[in-house]
Design a protein around this ligand. Structure first.
Ligand SMILES: [Zn+2]
Ligand SMILES: [Zn+2]
Length: 739
């Protein structure tokens, strides 16, 4: 018998090994230890064969099977295989990226006592005596007693003599990580039990629909589009409940688990059952343990970020992808998979009900619904009966909205917004000021020569961070103190340009000196300036008046006393070289606006902008997502962008600019031509230099009615064949970032 294995090696094949008689119990999904060159590696058994697929050269036998049960079930193997084909990445690399912890095993040696045979040198006597007494000891223990010097050599001599036997066991290797599981059932003990909420007629209809689909095993995914505050979570929870009663397992995917502690909290308050949490901050050990609790059926619900799509299940009945439009479902770098798309693939294979939920669904999912591939359900009213907030724009270009004087004290908060926020605070209610840029100012400019201070490693400006008094690159983390003199013209003419959250916080404090204010963004959270969970709950409980922050404040939070949301600069996301810029802006602003007035207090939203006529902003103001979608879909169809035509992005980079340029010319002459796709480039990437590498890209656009994948394989092979070792090539299928 033979086995084919996926090894964590960047080669596009499975590896064949002989399967000795002793391992006849071997099944796909088990981990095997095999020789690779002179070393040993752990691989995943993919297939068992009667005859090897390939007969040249010698086929070496596997050394051991490390797991008595398959660690990966058929559904997971299918998913990984699907990903490898779709994203054109070697299977072993997909496995290693999906489950790094499971492929790290390390040898543990042990000496086992046999008998006193022959003459024993006096210097060996302590070792022999110790082992004779204990019968079996690990190498680590022996070293502690006798020192490491010559120990292994001596053991081997003694083994030859027949005095002892050396045994090697492979055990999972856990790096020493210190992160902790943020939530567990034990922490739920104090959580007050929360009963199921009454369903309104719209929610009831959705639940009935979904329950019928769950019972009949319908395989079409559902797109649940519900305005902010419409009670999508309650719909999910009803389905979780049904699934648990049926004895099946549940996967709840959320964009960023650190930002959604409330969902976990609400889940625990409601169900009080054990759940496994998967997120990127977990250590390998925690991941492995969570994995085992699921495999044993002890935990039946997983809440996690995108990588939880690789969690093992015995009987998966339901997958929920909350905020399915969120960009963080797309993995950047490595295997560039999209968590939502993988959820659909996995759900289909497992026969599980898939619900994709959002207030502002992605164009891709809406297109799938229009094409009949998804079933579209809608929640048009807020669950509490509260009306949607009133939204107004403030045209920053108009004089009456500007602060007078070049050095105004509060340039970021316009007079109408200041007035409205003051009234809100006077009523004892809360405000949220949103700006999706961290730091003090995104650039340091010279007002004489126009020079902008750039990162030495990347082609981006350095952001000034006042708290650290440093200029920081948000891509490579390069740091330097700000200079006084322009590096280009030598004049004392540098000034900070553009707003950031630090500046906004300072200005808010100046404007509202008696208000209790906190800032939430990556900097304040990472530097532990604020405790994210505590700050969010303080704001929820009314112990803070104003929250200032980035998109971290926008995600799914429910603040009962929040009445006013101010968007400081609406178009900051529109200035990206990205065909999704308008869609993302619309989604983000709808989400942040949706935080206002969720309970008894009427909500109001003020959007500051220089471009109030932009269709994305107009749609947000009029709560007209349908209108936005119509406009955007027409635009995408006309220009041939997703969801109508598939895209792929071939990126390549080099440390030396000339090498990259040379490769660029060679590639341009040799790019394959095909009726399947239109190729744009090679051209320098918008972010031309990143972490000291010079970057170029070719955009591949699927032609209408064609299938891109066969061509992509061919293109990738051509690009790789032409490249020297100095060129790094990466293919991103369905790219979400075009920088
Ligand atoms: Zn200058
Ligand atoms: Zn940089």
């Amino acid at each position: 018998m033979y086995v084919e294995l996926a090894l964590p090696i960047p080669m596009g094949t499975l590896f064949t090994y002989a399967l000795p008689e002793a391992f006849s119990f071997c099944q796909p999904g088990m981990l095997a230890l095999v020789p690779v060159g002179r070393s040993q590696r752990v691989g995943v058994v993919w297939r068992i064969l009667e005859e090897p697929a390939w007969t040249q050269g010698t086929i070496r036998p596997i050394h051991d099977i490390l797991t008595p049960e398959p660690l990966f079930d058929a559904d997971l193997l299918y998913l990984l295989d699907w990903m490898s084909r779709y994203y054109l990445k070697p299977l072993g690399q997909v496995v290693a990226a999906a489950m790094p912890a499971h492929l790290r095993f390390e040898p543990h040696h042990r000496a086992i006592w046999l008998a006193r045979i022959g003459s024993i040198k006096p210097e060996w006597e302590p070792l022999v005596a110790l082992l004779e007494k204990q019968k079996s000891l690990t190498l680590t223990t022996l070293k502690r007693h006798l020192g490491a010097q010559d120990l292994e050599k001596n053991l081997r001599v003694l083994e030859k003599q027949g005095i002892l036997r050396l045994e090697t066991q492979y055990r999972p290797k856990y790096p020493h990580e210190t992160s902790t599981q943020p939530w567990s059932l034990s922490s739920a003990v104090d959580i007050e039990e929360e009963p199921a909420k009454e369903l309104n007629p719209e929610q009831r209809m959705c639940v009935d629909y979904l329950t019928a689909a769950l019972n009949t095993g319908s395989s079409r995914p559902f797109l649940l589009e519900g305005v902010t505050g419409s009670g999508k979570t309650e719909v999910y929870f009803r389905m979780v409940e049904t699934c648990l009663i049926l004895g099946r397992q549940v996967l709840l995917l959320v964009p960023e688990i650190g930002l959604t502690p409330q969902l976990v909290h609400r889940y625990l308050a409601r169900f009080k059952t054990d759940l496994a949490i998967f997120h990127s901050g977990m250590s390998s050990r925690q991941r492995f343990e969570a994995w085992q609790r699921l495999r044993s059926g002890q935990a039946r619900v997983v809440i996690g970020a995108r990588s939880a799509i690789f969690a093992p299940f015995i009987d998966l009945g339901l997958i929920v992808v909350d905020e399915e439009h969120d960009p963080s479902y797309k993995q950047e770098g490595g295997i560039p998979y999209h968590g939502r798309d993988m959820a659909v693939v996995r759900g289909h294979k497992a026969g599980a009900l898939v619900i994709l939920g959002s207030a502002t669904p992605s164009m891709e999912s809406l297109h799938n619904a229009n094409q009949g591939r998804f079933i579209h359900l809608k929640l048009n009213t807020r669950a509490t009966g509260a009306p949607l907030p009133t939204i107004r724009t403030i045209h920053l270009g108009r004089e009456e909205n500007q602060r007078t004087g070049a050095r105004s004290k509060h340039p970021l908060i316009s007079l109408p917004l200041e007035r409205a926020l003051r009234q809100t605070l006077d009523k004892g209610l809360q405000g949220l000021l949103f700006l999706n840029r961290r730091g003090w100012a995104p650039s340091l400019l010279c007002h004489r020569c126009g020079h902008a201070v750039m990162c030495p490693n990347c082609s981006v400006t350095l952001t000034y961070h006042d708290k650290k008094s440093q200029l920081i690159c948000h891509y490579c983390d390069h740091r330097q103190p700000p200079m006084d003199v322009c590096p280009d013209c030598g004049q004392l003419s540098l000034f900070f340009f553009g707003p950031g959250t630090e500046q906004l916080e300072k200005e808010t404090r100046d404007c509202f000196p008696t208000a209790r204010i906190a800032r939430i963004d990556r900097d304040s959270v990472v530097s532990k300036e604020v405790d994210l969970e505590k700050t969010l709950s303080a704001f929820r409980d009314g112990d803070l008046d104003i929250l200032v922050g980035t998109q971290m404040t926008a995600k799914g939070h429910h603040f009962p006393r929040l009445a006013l949301v101010g968007v400081v600069l609406a178009e900051s996301g529109l200035w990206q070289p990205d065909f999704r810029a308008a869609e993302r802006t619309c989604q983000l602003l709808t989400q942040v606006a949706g935080r206002a007035g969720r309970e008894d207090n009427a909500g109001e939203v003020w959007i500051q902008t220089f471009d109030p006529g932009h269709y994305a902003l107009k749609a947000v103001v009029h709560n007209d997502n349908t209108g936005f979608v119509r406009h955007e879909m027409a635009l995408r169809q006309e220009t041939g962008y997703p969801p109508f035509q598939r895209l792929a992005l071939l990126r390549f980079s080099s440390l030396i600019q000339e090498q990259g340029e040379r490769y660029c010319r060679v590639l341009a002459e040799n790019l394959p031509v095909s009726p399947v796709a239109t190729l744009l480039g090679p051209a320098p990437s918008p972010l031309f230099k990143l972490r000291n590498r010079y970057r170029w890209q070719v955009l591949i656009k699927e032609n209408p009615g064609e299938k891109l994948h066969g061509f992509l394989g061919h293109l990738l092979k051509t690009a790789e064949t032409l490249a020297s070792n100095a060129i790094r090539i990466d293919l991103d299928v369905d790219p979400h970032s075009f920088l």
